[in-house]
Structures are given as C-alpha cells and as structure tokens.
Design a protein around this ligand. Sequence first.
Ligand SMILES: [Zn+2]
Ligand SMILES: [Zn+2]
Length: 237
Amino acid sequence: MLLAILLSALAMTAIVAVRYLVTSGAFAWATGRVRPGHYAGLDAQIRREIGWSLAAAAIYGIPAGVVAWGWQERGWTRIYSDWSDWPLWYLPASVLAYLFAHDTWFYWTHRWMHRPRPFQAMHAVHHASRPPTAWAAMSFHPWEALTGAVVIPALVFLVPIHVAMLGLVLAIMTVMGVTNHMGWEMFPRWIVHSRLGAWLITASHHQRHHDLYQCNYGLYFRVWDKLCGTDRGLAQP
Ligand SMILES: [Zn+2]
Ligand SMILES: [Zn+2]
C-alpha cells in the first residue's frame, strides 16, 4: 500500500512537471514570435525560474498523488465521474466555485506573504523574477508552493466536482498561471476592457502586481482586490 501511494505521488509529480514544461515552453515560444527579444538577457533568471518550478512540482505532486490514490483505491473525495450524478447546471457552477475558492485562498495568503517577514521567507523567490517570464508560473519558494499545493486536494473533499470539470479547473489554473507572467496580454482589448474583463485577472493585471508589489493580489478575479481597495488597475500594454 505504501509503495502504491509513493508511486502515485511520483507519477503526479512527473505529470505536474511535464505539464509545466510543456505549457511554459509553448508560451515562451509564442513570446519569442509575438515579442522577439522580450526575454533577452534573462537566461540566468529563466534557469532559476525552471529550478524553483520543478521543485514546486514535487510539492504540488505529492498531496495530489496521495489524494488520487485515495480516490481510486478508497473512494475518498467528492469527485464523481457519472454525468447524471448532479444536474447539468452544476457543471459550470462547480468550476466557478472551485475558481472562486482558490482565488479567495490565494488573495489572502498572498496578501499575508507581502508582510515583511513572510515576504523574505516565502515570497521573495517569486518576485526575484524582474520582469517575470512564462517560466515563472510555478517559480515559488517551497513554503509558498505548499500554501498553493493544498488548495485543490482539500477542495475535492468538500465540494463535489465531475472529474472532467476538475480537469478544466486544472487547465485554467495552468494556462492562466503561465500567461499572467509571460509579459504581454494575449486576450483582445474587447475582452480585457469589457465589463466582464473588469472582474477578470489577465496578464495586464498581474504584471502590475510584479511592478508595484502592494496591489493586485488576486488570482482569477478582481473581486477581493476591489472589495479591499487593493486594485490598482491594469499595466499599460
Ligand atoms: Zn506572479
Ligand atoms: Zn506577490
């Protein structure tokens, strides 16, 4: 049994690491096409970003692997795979609930990590990327990675979700994590500057966090930043 749990944790670590390398690699390549020279002179920083990210992959992979094993072998979690277990309207609702819960956790832990002591101990690694690149998506100190790694494994015990919707949540998490750091806005102006866009976080919003530090703390939505007066708008394109 212990061996099976260990293998599941190793497999999940490998999946997270490959997912990171493929996604960040793809958007780094796209950056080279869209903004040639944008990462010029950042080779040493990118090597550090990849190193921290691969260490974070293990920290994300281990709890995910243990929970995946428990789901398969012990019936843990509220993940379901029969489409008829919950009504259809619940599919998008569950995705939004996961994103909002993750965003809330991220906003408050992130804001806390900007206090001087936690910043030095946990969060300075992420901000050492100046400017961040597509490879910085998972560039976190192990302590910070731990605060992020527990969110989804905890939520699957609390909030029912179809396994395909969980895959969608993880895909959104991965793509937004990469694109918010790559240094240019991929979404068209009519989305970013729309009424809906005013509540969504894309690269223009998170870039500002990396420029100014004490603002724009959110992950997916601007709700907490706006409620708490920490929203400083979008970076200029
Ligand atoms: Zn960041
Ligand atoms: Zn920060």
